[in-house]
Design a protein around this ligand. Structure first.
Ligand SMILES: [Ca+2]
Ligand SMILES: [Ca+2]
Length: 240
């Protein structure tokens, strides 16, 4: 009998805490971890060259509007998505988005977990970033597909809803991401193109494409994020 009463009391306290959070009184902190789940030399190009995949520094954007970074089927807006997608450099994009309409926060992640300098995450490595949000907020993550001319991983343009029915989401969100082509540089074969991130002479080199932002649908394993990365999100428990 006493055990049952105790469980009812605990349940009541938890639901009250949940209501406070849902009313937006206290933002929830989310820790996002992006792990490169590929192996070194996991891919083989048409000429037999083996190559490894890395993901660049990126942004974690909390927003309320539904397409703050790009619109599928439209040209890049010239706000820094190009440098993010072609050179793995999120700094211009972050500066453009900071304070923009419908954007609540922009956090750059650039230093891998257990590393002491900025850089991409190579096979097995991870980026970690923390954001704060309230119900109604959305999350967009951007990172370059490191062996491409202008490809980036991100969710649909509307972002990922951070709360469902007022409750913070938790767990694996990898399936909500896609591989996008920024439409700014002509594609070469992934992993061996001379104008791609690891091989280009300098930032912003390669043939201009003048196309639109669109999903990469080439049937390759890296085009499906769950084959190459794992992104988890963990909300901090509300203070009791
Ligand atoms: Ca392209
Ligand atoms: Ca390039």
């Amino acid at each position: 009998m006493s055990t049952k009463i105790l469980s009812v009391v605990v349940g009541a306290v938890l639901s009250v805490a949940g209501m406070v959070s849902a009313n937006g009184a206290e933002p929830t902190k989310f820790t996002i971890r992006l792990k490169n789940t590929t192996k070194p030399d996991a891919f083989t190009a048409s000429n037999g060259t083996k190559w490894s995949l890395a993901f660049s520094p990126g942004t974690a954007v909390v927003h309320t509007d539904k397409s703050v970074i790009f619109t599928s089927g439209k040209k890049d807006r010239g706000q820094g998505l190009e440098a993010q997608s072609e050179d793995g450099d999120p700094s211009t994009l972050a500066r453009s988005l900071a304070g923009a309409k419908g954007v609540k926060s922009v956090t750059v992640f650039n230093t891998p977990v257990n590393a002491n300098a900025p850089g991409p995450i190579t096979p097995g490595a991870a980026h970690k970033v923390t954001v704060s949000a309230i119900p109604g907020d959305r999350l967009t993550i951007t990172t370059m597909m490191g062996q491409s001319n202008d490809w980036f991983y991100a969710p649909a343009e509307s972002g990922i809803e951070l709360f469902k029915s007022g409750k913070a989401i938790s767990g694996d969100i990898t399936s909500q991401l896609f591989l996008w082509d920024a439409g700014t540089e002509v594609n070469q074969e992934a992993g061996i193109g001379s104008e791609q991130g690891p091989r280009q002479k300098g930032p912003n080199t390669g043939k201009a494409e003048n196309s639109v932002v669109r999903k990469v649908q080439d049937g390759k394993s890296y085009s499906k994020p769950s084959n190459v990365m794992r992104i988890t999100i963990t909300p901090a428990m509300p203070a009791m």
